[in-house]
Design a protein around this ligand. Structure first.
Ligand code: NAD
Length: 484
């Protein structure tokens, strides 16, 4: 078991404050994508475990957790943040091994998780209702109340960050959570739950049931005792979850990835832009919902940007996560197959540069060399579909109108950026780009736990991060008192 200073068994679920195997006793192997070796066994939770977890969450709401004041909830979250920071190195190693994420990127994710706890800990008692002027003889005010039991279905690409932004905000508002981490990477979810217990989170406020999507995930999304669902992952699974939520008429937040463009105008500072252009495509081996997989460059500087990006690609080292390469393996051999399928569909494109896989990288690892591709028209499948691998396509454009048409010309709309020295154009582009977040002369703003995040179109709906998440994880009640 790799969780050395954590006491939990990796093959357990946490339900109502108690760690135990799932009811069937069945387990799944968790694979290290850097070498294909089995890391440990995890629980194969099923419908009965989810049912027990929902009951435990519901019980917590009528106990200490339900009675905790906003300030008390905030203090617990802040304590979780301190403990997460105390365990930075260990959590980073676990996440790196589990996801295949380069160690320094995993470390950044731990710090992001700590920041979510700090932010939502501080924000818990700062979400206020309002008084509304109404008829003579009335006083009207609003209350923000928790939904109740919230279900969190989390993917494998950024487990810590996604747990931070969804579970952190849900707990801050007083919900009780049932978390279903991904079967490919769930160890930091378990470690986080243990830390939350150490920080004094009451039993049942956070329950964790690992397992397969079609089993534990489907059971959670269909459970009538769940009052809100939060999902990050693929479009196909997101649709299933929205249908399940519709059956129970509960709200759902969906974050389903994207095909996010960076638009580079001829007047842009290319030196400044270059690291962002490349890093936004290869970070976490391109397995990032907000990855920038399309780089749109104005014709007059297309060749220059292509050549400079190619130079950077040529120096990218791909290797085992714990050796802290530029690019680690993909999360699994299955994901590698998906990405190779896309590359086969892009066989008609020119690969102008590719990264280098370490000669001694283990044979069983899920390695894919990053590739920079040109020659794709805006409608090419590789310029339209989310690849979720270290692949970027470079597309030329003529003028501002052409740039907007290409940038907005996919079914997605998660993130977009614009690189230009023209201030008026920055404002025009910020309005014209169809995306939940627009960055001007930067990309990603360093993660930004404070910045509301979410999609348009196939990228999903609802907002996480920042205060918006606190509104999403609460229900507004209007109280109208007639007192004469
Ligand atoms: P997925 O959407 O199937 O899995 C994400 C989570 O959903 C996991 O916890 C999984 O167990 C759960 N899940 C799966 N089927 C479910 C169901 N029927 N009901 C409830 N929960 C279910 O994604 P994947 O199969 O792991 O990856 C496939 C593709 O999805 C990737 O290539 C990528 O394009 C996309 N993806 C996007 C993100 C993102 O951050 N937006 C994250 C992971 C994957």
């Amino acid at each position: 078991m790799p969780l050395s200073t954590f006491s939990i068994a990796t093959s357990h679920c946490l339900i109502g404050g108690r760690w135990a195997p799932c009811q069937s006793g069945e387990t799944l192997d968790l694979i290290d994508p850097s070498d294909g070796a089995t890391l440990c066994a995890i629980a194969r939770g099923g419908a009965s475990d989810i049912d027990a977890a929902v009951t435990a969450a519901s019980t917590a709401l009528s106990g200490d957790w339900g009675r905790a004041t906003a300030a008390e909830r905030g203090r617990i979250l802040a304590r979780i943040g301190v403990l997460v920071r105390d365990h930075t190195d260990e959590l980073a190693r676990i996440e790196a091994q589990d996801v295949g994420k380069p160690l320094s990127q995993a470390r950044a994710d731990v710090l992001a998780l700590a920041r979510y706890m700090e932010f939502y800990g501080g924000a818990a008692d700062k979400v206020h209702g309002e008084t509304i002027p109404y008829l003579d003889g009335y006083t009207v005010y609003t209350l923000r109340e928790p939904h109740g039991v919230t279900g969190h279905i989390v993917p494998w690409n950024y487990p810590m960050q996604i747990i931070g932004r969804s579970v952190g905000a849900a707990l801050a508002m007083g919900n009780a959570c049932v978390l279903k981490p991904a079967e490919e990477a769930c160890l930091t979810a378990l470690a986080f739950a243990e830390i939350a217990q150490q920080a004094g989170l009451p039993d049942g406020a956070l329950n964790v049931v690992p397992g397969l999507g079609a089993e534990a995930g489907a059971a959670l999304s269909a459970h009538p005792g769940v009052h809100h669902l939060s999902f990050t992952g693929s479009v196909g699974t997101g649709k299933l979850i929205q249908k399940a939520a519709a059956e129970n008429v509960v709200p759902v937040t969906l974050e389903l990835g994207g095909k996010s463009p960076q638009v580079v105008f001829a007047d842009a500072d290319i030196d400044d832009a270059l690291p962002f252009l490349v890093n936004a495509g290869i970070q976490n081996a391109g397995q990032t919902c907000s990855a920038s997989s399309r780089i749109l460059v104005q014709e007059s500087r297309f060749a220059e940007v292509r050549d400079r990006m190619a130079e950077r690609y040529g120096s990218l080292r791909v290797g085992p996560a714990l050796s802290d390469p530029d690019v680690g393996p993909l999360v699994s051999l299955r994901q590698k197959e998906i990405v190779q399928g896309f590359l086969a569909r892009g066989a008609d494109l020119d690969c102008v540069a590719e990264g280098r896989i370490d000669a001694d990288a283990p044979q069983g690892g899920a390695y894919v060399a990053p590739r920079l591709l040109v020659g794709a028209g805006p409608d090419h499948p590789l310029a339209q579909d989310e690849i979720f691998g270290p692949v970027q396509v470079l597309i030329p454009f003529t003028d501002e109108a052409d740039a907007v048409a290409i940038a907005n010309g996919t079914d997605y709309g998660l993130v977009a950026s614009c690189w230009t020295a023209d201030g008026a154009r920055q404002f025009r582009m910020a309005k014209a780009l169809r995306a939940g977040q627009v960055f001007l002369n930067n990309y990603g703003a360093g993660g930004g736990v404070e910045l509301p995040f979410g999609g348009r179109g196939l990228s999903g709906h609802g907002r996480e991060k920042g205060f918006e998440a606190l509104y999403g994880f609460s229900v507004l009640k209007t109280v109208a008192a007639r007192h004469g």
